[in-house]
Design a protein around this ligand. Sequence first.
Ligand code: ATP
Ligand code: LTN
Length: 332
Amino acid sequence: MKRLISGIQPSGVVTLGNYIGAIKQFVKLQNELSEADILVFIADLHAITVPQVKEKLRKNIKELAALYIACGLDPSKVHLFIQSEVHEHNQLAYIMECTAHIGELERMTQYKDKKVKQVLGVKSSLLTYPALMAADILLYDADLVPIGDDQKQHLELTRDLAIRFNNTYGDTFIVPDGYFTKNGSRIMSLTNPTKKMSKSDENPKSYILLLDDINTAKNKIKSAVTDSDGIIKYDKKNKPGISNLLSIYASLTAYSVKDLEIKYKDSNYATFKKDLADVIEETLLPIQRKFNEIINSKELDEILDDGKNYAKKLASRKISKVYNKIGLGRKI
Ligand code: ATP
Ligand code: LTN
């Protein structure tokens, strides 16, 4: 039986980028791989590598849980849990820190990008972040990890750490593969289409949040940065803005980018953007409706309790095995 795992940080409300690059893939895999064991979690420990406000963090955790379900994750098929409630993640993260080299952590693009934005000083956990991510994955012997393109480097490192540990202590971890969507693995910012869309961006016009007011979301599409030649054609290098909007459109509908280029051959950007804004509305409305139904329900807590119990069972077994391999404590 294949096992899949993935997580999202509750560092803000989920963006359309997170939805297309990650959550939509989880839902697709859940429906296609009926035999697979799927774990999805809220990566709250990852969120505190940069400063968070307590009340906001709690709200984001709960909302992310509800959004996962509102986007179509089926709790009868997927184990949904909160990372910090399964303490073995921290235990294995330390072992991964003892496996990783500082040089390979310093090479991570996400570290380099986020480091320069930290006005109150860079926390050491921002550097060791990939060790925790490796732990999240290896703790469960996951075979497949659905993620966006920006996490490719972290997954490569996870594989290297698994192989290194196995070579040192004997076969312990499964070496996981990434799973990426062909279209939409990197949705770009609406205000600067050479940068990825990110929920922690300081400019709210750069992203669409799944909980954005519908008209606000539609206006963000209408004011998205494009070029001035007016031709609706995918050309990532020379026309990054319109290419990004084409990727978004294709990811949310049955059209391919090629179909859209033909459909809008004789149209202008305003018409194209208006239609895409309608697609965004059709995407967000049912998600928001379901979100409002479950955000304050008892059911949501029960789902998270069940998920936690399941994850703990797997994680505690694995961490004992790892400690034994290394020779920590006494043999059990
Ligand atoms: P932050 O801004 O706090 O760094 P983020 O919005 O970049 O957060 P994460 O929580 O780090 O999002 O990512 C969750 C998942 O969403 C990951 O699998 C990641 O690869 C994917 N993802 C994030 N941003 C995008 C994007 N712009 N396009 C496609 N996938 C994305
Ligand atoms: N680092 C990821 C979130 C994340 C994750 C994971 C994804 C943390 N642990 C394990 C897949 C598997 C990010 O998107 N920033």
